[in-house]
Design a protein around this ligand. Structure first.
Ligand SMILES: *Cc1c(COP(=O)(O)O)cnc(C)c1O
Length: 441
């Protein structure tokens, strides 16, 4: 009976649901898992199988599935105010969330603008930068700089500053031109070079573009510390300091896309904190609602806000989405921030991360593994499989057999677990990763 129900869901899904980031034909061989429920770090299917959600369901789930504290907060909000428009109206969850986030930047980024998904937050930051220059009587500053290997989302505007060829290639002629600069990828260190040397070389590339073109450049957009979608590409924090200096020198905005790296993922609440800088725009999404509801936002400075503050309607930032500032999503975010405070999550994660890293030593030392790396609660390594073709899908399938949800990016395997793993779950994650590696490479 149970199995029958499961078969039913998968078949019906394949017939009616067009799944994201998927060549649907691959599901002729690749398993699709029909989930019945989730609890803590675990996802359960209809056959009674369980999987540790070791990538936090695409990097969103920080405190487990069906977290009792977030559930309770949402149930209360549901009875009070599920949704209302945010133009002309306001409510406690959106005010409290804005104040709390602003306080986390020491008031530097004191204005929060809301949307629902990450790509929209990126587009808002791009539009705000562009429009702020226009309102500052520098309308010629219209262009953007982005990094090799960057990922900022897949809508047309966000894709224009995304450098993942597979996602871009079909849409090239739809995309606005932007300036591509070197990545500070620490793996590119030459002999006797450190990660900070690579960062300096990459910053010099930005300087070259700015020297030539800064009068036309509105902003540079960067994923602080880890370019996640490129395959957990990590760089030295000094890179962000150098970008901040360049942006100040050449009068260009700095957009920090912390959609994936924010919310404690890299070890500090915001990744930028590790460089001791603040951007002009900071995009948040993914983990901010604890992996519950679509929510994104852009935080910015007083100076940018003032560029729009005027009696002329056309100088205002008129961007909106139907669900802007959704109270349920804001409530989930407040419950998420409360857990950070009450449980001292950043300190606990240092211990948890060290434990996992120690247990992953046999993986790091495996003959087919290169560039084992970690930043906070992101772990990654590159695999040189004996059979090159189809490694990612093979590993995914073998990991499922080990009770793990792990979904490599090309030949890079990464772990981005929720912050609530128990000791036995950490052990299973490490041993299962090694087993899946041995079965698939
Ligand atoms: C996921 C992601 C986005 C896009 O967010 P969506 O909610 O998927 O639109 C943008 N930037 C970064 C760095 C991301 O990881």
């Amino acid at each position: 009976m149970e199995a029958l129900v499961k078969t039913d869901w998968v078949a019906r899904s394949l017939a009616s649901v067009w799944h994201p980031c998927t060549q649907m034909q691959h599901h002729e061989n690749l398993p699709m898992v029909a989930l019945s429920h989730g609890h803590g770090a675990w996802l359960m299917d209809y056959d009674g199988n369980r999987y540790i959600d070791a990538i936090s369901s695409w990097w969103v789930n920080l405190f487990g599935h069906a977290n009792p504290r977030i559930n309770a907060a949402l149930k209360a909000q549901l009875d009070q105010l599920p949704h209302a428009m945010l133009a002309g109206f306001t409510h406690e969850p959106v005010v409290s969330l804005s104040e709390k986030l602003s306080a986390l930047t020491g008031g530097e980024l004191g204005h929060c603008f809301y949307a629902s998904d990450g790509a929209s937050a990126v587009e808002i930051a791009l539009k705000m930068s562009f429009h702020a220059w226009r309102n500052h009587d520098q309308p010629e500053k219209q262009e953007f700089i982005y990094l090799h290997g960057s990922y900022h989302g897949e809508t047309i505007g966000a894709l224009a500053v995304t450098d993942v060829p597979l996602f871009r290639q079909a849409y090239g002629s739809m995309l606005q031109h932007a300036h591509l600069v070197a990545t500070p990828d620490a793996r590119m260190a030459l002999k006797d070079e450190s990660a900070s040397d690579v960062a300096r070389r990459a910053a010099a590339d930005v300087r070259r573009v700015l020297q030539r073109r800064s009068g036309h450049i509105a902003a540079i957009i960067v994923e602080p510390l880890v370019q996640c979608a490129a395959g957990m590409v990590m760089h030295d924090p000094v890179y962000l300091q150098l970008l901040r200096q360049l942006c100040d020198e050449f009068n260009v905005h700095l957009i920090a896309d912390e959609i994936a790296v924010g919310c404690g993922r890299t070890g500090t609440f915001f990744a930028c904190e590790q460089s001791g800088i603040w951007p002009d725009f900071l995009c948040l999404s993914k983990g901010i609602s604890g992996g519950y509801l679509p929510l994104s936002l852009v935080m910015t400075r007083e100076k940018i806000y003032q560029a729009f503050y005027h009696d002329d309607l056309a100088r205002a930032f008129l961007h909106s989405h139907s669900y802007t500032g959704n109270p349920l999503a804001c409530r989930a975010a407040l419950a998420t921030l409360a857990i950070f405070e009450e449980d001292d999550v950043l300190a606990k994660n240092r211990v948890l991360g060290d434990k996992l890293e120690a247990l992953l030593k046999p993986v790091a030392e495996h003959a087919q593994v290169k560039n084992f790396r970690r930043r906070g609660m992101i772990f990654a390594f590159d695999v040189e499989p004996k059979i090159k073709e189809g490694f990612a899908r093979r590993f995914f399938t073998e990991a499922l057999a080990q009770k793990l949800l792990l979904r490599p990016i090309g030949n890079t395997v990464y772990l981005m677990p929720p912050y609530i793993l128990k000791n036995d779950e950490v052990a299973l994650l490490a041993s299962g990763t090694l087993a899946a590696l041995e079965q698939s490479c």
